[in-house]
Design a protein around this ligand. Structure first.
Ligand SMILES: [Zn+2]
Length: 121
């Protein structure tokens, strides 16, 4: 059994089916977890696919020098069309361990949740 990087459960029944395109995230929190797991696995294609076209960078890539080590979702909310997730993501980079705290915004677009933007800190 391979644990999902997001820490929720087994990868094959957690974020794996989302990364494979077998199903779509049903909530902003689920999408956020799958995006964290995609960063951890270096899946730039999934990151691009789940980023709102209006805010998506031209070059979407996961920085290979960062090793993501854990995720805590602190709060999430959704009204069915827009949503927010507050989380702390832990990592280790060349200067040691660190953490990223973000308030992320999500929107439903053509029936699928996508990441819009976020406030770090
Ligand atoms: Zn997962």
């Amino acid at each position: 059994m391979v644990m999902c990087p997001c820490g929720w459960g087994e990868y094959a029944s957690c974020c794996g089916p989302l990364h494979e395109g077998e199903r779509a995230a049903t909530t902003p929190e689920e999408l956020m977890r799958s995006r964290y797991a995609a960063f951890a696995k270096g899946d730039a294609f999934y990151l691009a696919r789940t980023w709102h076209p209006r805010t998506r960078p031209d070059d979407v890539s996961a920085d290979p020098s960062i090793r993501w080590t854990g995720l805590d979702v602190l709060a999430s909310a959704s009204d069915g069309e827009t949503g927010t997730v507050d989380f702390v993501a832990r990592y280790v980079d060349s200067s040691g361990p660190g953490e990223l705290r973000e308030h992320s915004r999500f929107a439903r677009r053509a029936g699928r949740w996508v990441y819009v933007d976020g406030d770090v800190g």
